[in-house]
Design a protein around this ligand. Structure first.
Ligand code: NDP
Length: 246
């Protein structure tokens, strides 16, 4: 039984990985879905085809979250194309890890532009468009709970800012009936973090269940938070990390 019939969702970075799985899952729940991408137009169009095959409307928008105008503009384009906006999933992110010494000023600017500023601006634009029942769901990381080793300074800095943003959005938007929550994935098998990559074994060992998660396992939590059943959940951090933080 589809519960999100008549709603519209925007998923940033929806061409691959967690964002693509989330876009398809929300369509399965009944939502029409807009998704952003930057590089992989073909992958974005594949996701659009999968959503249309489910009988829902879909839109692929080329919008770079690193660009302030494009980050906020994606919200306006989604509303223009699909008529309204009920759910924003802030998923687009740069997974740049490395020793403190190796991180350049350009790295700092890029990671903060995509992982923090773009999320702030998209959330701001979305909040101004959403009606009662609106949902802002942000993808954080298990590294905001526990940084398991060196190399995470920049990434953890940016993602941790999203926890503050989420709690403050919950307070600001609560009276309007709009919720804001953050999902913290553990190691999830994607292009960014392949389960057969050089650091995969160590990451799997740090979870309680001893394995990587799937994109569908994250999408499932996002779908719950996006749905009507999560109406009393706001300002919350939601780990989908196989026990990484346990
Ligand atoms: P992928 O690299 O597999 O996919 C990233 C997606 O985001 C692609 O669709 C990509 O589009 C898009 N994207 C990248 N940069 C931008 C940008 N500047 N503007 C718009 N879209 C962009 O990543 P994951 O699916 O692994 O990660 C998704 C989110 O989950 C990220 O925020 C990441 O930090 C977080 N996360 C991931 C974990 C993991 O283990 N995989 C663990 C914890 C958190 P394009 O096709 O244009 O490249």
């Amino acid at each position: 039984q589809a519960t999100m019939n008549g709603t519209v969702a925007l998923v940033t970075g929806g061409s691959r990985g967690i964002g693509a799985a989330t876009a398809v899952r929300l369509a399965r729940e009944g939502a029409d879905v807009a998704l952003t991408y930057v590089r992989d137009k073909e992958a974005a169009c594949d996701v659009v085809d999968r959503i249309r095959a489910l009988g829902r409307r879909a839109l692929a928008l080329r919008a770079d979250s690193a660009d302030a105008e494009e980050a906020a503009g994606a919200v306006e384009r989604a509303v223009a194309g699909l008529g309204r906006l009920d759910v924003l999933v802030n998923n687009a992110g740069v997974g740049l890890l490395g020793p403190l010494d190796s991180l350049s000023l350009a790295d700092v600017d890029r990671v903060l532009a995509v992982n923090v500023r773009g999320v702030f601006l998209a959330s701001q634009a979305a909040a101004s468009r959403m009606e009662r029942g609106g949902r802002i769901i942000t993808i954080g990381t298990c590294m905001t709970q526990r940084v398991p080793g060196p190399g995470g300074t920049l990434y953890a800095t940016g993602k941790s800012a999203l926890v503050g943003l989420t709690k403050a959005l919950a307070r600001e938007l609560g009276e309007r009936g709009i919720t804001a929550n953050i999902v913290h994935p553990g190691p999830i098998d994607t292009d960014m973090n392949p389960a057969d990559g050089p650091y995969a074994g160590g990451q799997a060992a740090m979870t309680a269940v001893g394995r990587f998660g799937t994109v569908e396992e994250v999408a499932s939590a996002v779908a719950y938070l996006a749905g009507a059943e999560a109406s009393y959940v706001t300002g919350a951090e939601f780990s989908v990390d196989g026990g990484h933080a346990a």
